[in-house]
Design a protein around this ligand. Structure first.
Ligand code: PDD
Length: 278
């Protein structure tokens, strides 16, 4: 695999970073994950806008213009013959002596690489996913796509041990979001519900597009927090992310959700999403 590391295209196996990088020492950086489907970057401008926002919120100057980011992404696709998969972007504050305080004007460290995975034909779409809930142990600025991901690493380890696909994180009885996805339910009254944007969740790019499609389809959308009990009563539940598009939930913490099969609202949104990007 060819990545883009500190200004150059290099074989990833040979790429090295200084150990004094603040991304390594402090998790002082942000990231993005963009899907590539049939050779096309999906929702890329929105991902790059969110990257710009994350950088701004932690006071790192965006090293590249949207055009330049896209040019590098396109070159990564070309050099790796990437038609289906993901492009990962990480920007850390830079290299400096280890100290919590940072000097202004450090040169940000940019690391980018492709991941090969077939985003759009995941068999879980047909069968549905079993998930668990875990306490949301994250910090209070979850709207920033920070590379400090210890709480999510712990959540995903619980996922692996439970033999399920994802964890939805709980703040008391309320679902915040998935460990790496946005949570949705469809109520018995046929409302599509997902948590409103705030500092409590990541503003998902797939969330944004799915809501746009739902609006076009005339669905009633309600953006508000919902509880674990509401998930268990819902007629459907699903989660979205760049790496999975959307995945239907059929069981949570061992209890059947939405009749135990992927639902029709999920299916129509999923199909419409694919149609939009292909
Ligand atoms: N994760 N919420 C969290 C906590 C996430 O980490 C992600 C994405 C999402 C969905 O956002 P989007 O639709 O923009 O991908 C929501 C990425 C895929 C990751 O960490 O790999």
């Amino acid at each position: 695999r060819i990545g883009f590391v500190r200004g150059a295209f290099v074989p990833l196996r040979e790429a090295v970073l200084p150990v004094m990088d603040r991304g390594f020492l402090f998790g002082d950086g942000v990231y993005e994950v963009t899907a590539v489907i049939e050779g096309r970057l999906v929702d890329n401008d929105h991902h790059l806008q969110r990257l710009n926002r994350s950088l701004g919120e932690i006071g790192i100057a965006n090293p590249f213009s949207t055009g330049k980011w896209t040019e590098i992404e396109t070159e990564i696709m070309r050099r790796n013959e990437l038609r289906n998969g993901l492009i990962y972007i990480q920007v850390s504050r830079g290299v400096a002596e280890r100290a919590f305080q940072y000097a202004e004007g450090l040169e940000p460290t940019v690391v980018m690489f492709p991941q090969f995975s077939k985003v759009q034909s995941n068999p879980i779409i047909e069968t549905g996913a079993r998930i668990i809930t875990v306490p949301d142990l994250r910090w209070a600025r979850r709207d920033i796509k920070s590379t400090s991901l210890l709480a999510q690493v712990m959540a995903k380890h619980a996922v692996k041990q439970a033999g399920v696909k994802e964890a939805w994180m709980l703040d008391g009885d309320i679902i915040t979001e998935g460990a790496s996805s946005t949570a949705f339910i469809v109520t018995r009254g046929n409302e599509l519900v997902t948590r409103n944007l705030s500092r409590d969740i990541l503003p998902g790019i797939t969330r944004r597009t799915v809501l746009e499609i739902a609006k076009r389809h005339g669905l009633t959308i309600v953006e508000r927090p919902f509880s674990k009990a509401e998930v268990l009563e819902a007629s459907e539940a699903f989660y979205t992310s760049a790496s999975t598009i959307a995945v239907p939930v059929i069981e949570m913490d061992g209890v059947c959700v939405g009749g135990g099969v992927p639902g029709p609202v999920f299916r129509s949104l999923y199909d419409a999403y694919l149609q939009d990007v292909m």
